[in-house]
Design a protein around this ligand. Structure first.
Ligand SMILES: [Zn+2]
Length: 108
């Protein structure tokens, strides 16, 4: 059953339901729940999770079920030095957008 979503809270775009992975940090551990139904804005990519979906996620984690699989997660530290060189690469144009791994990031 598909959940219904209103227009995007941020940009007014159309929000469509997709099955996406969701990361949760709980009790000092990182959990990944796959195939979570969530609304994704087709315009800005903002994600919305219904309260009942969030409840199911809580339940899955708190029940400490056997995971379907366990993956290793590399952990990095953010580097300020790199941020300075990245800033030099940014164009001076008013288009303040970066299309990268997280999708499109806008600078305000
Ligand atoms: Zn949006």
């Amino acid at each position: 059953m598909q959940n219904k979503y209103g227009d995007c809270f941020y940009c007014g775009g159309i929000v469509e339901e997709k099955l996406m992975p969701r990361e949760i940090r709980w009790a000092d551990q990182l959990f990944i729940i796959e195939n979570v139904p969530m609304g994704v804005c087709s315009q800005c990519g903002e994600k919305v999770i219904k309260p009942k979906v969030a409840k199911v996620i809580d339940q899955i984690i708190k029940e400490e079920r056997e995971p379907t699989k366990t993956i290793q997660v590399p952990v990095y530290q953010y580097e300020l030095n790199l941020a300075e060189s990245a800033a030099e690469l940014m164009p001076n144009s008013p288009a303040k957008k970066h299309v990268g791994l997280f999708g499109t990031t806008e600078y305000r």
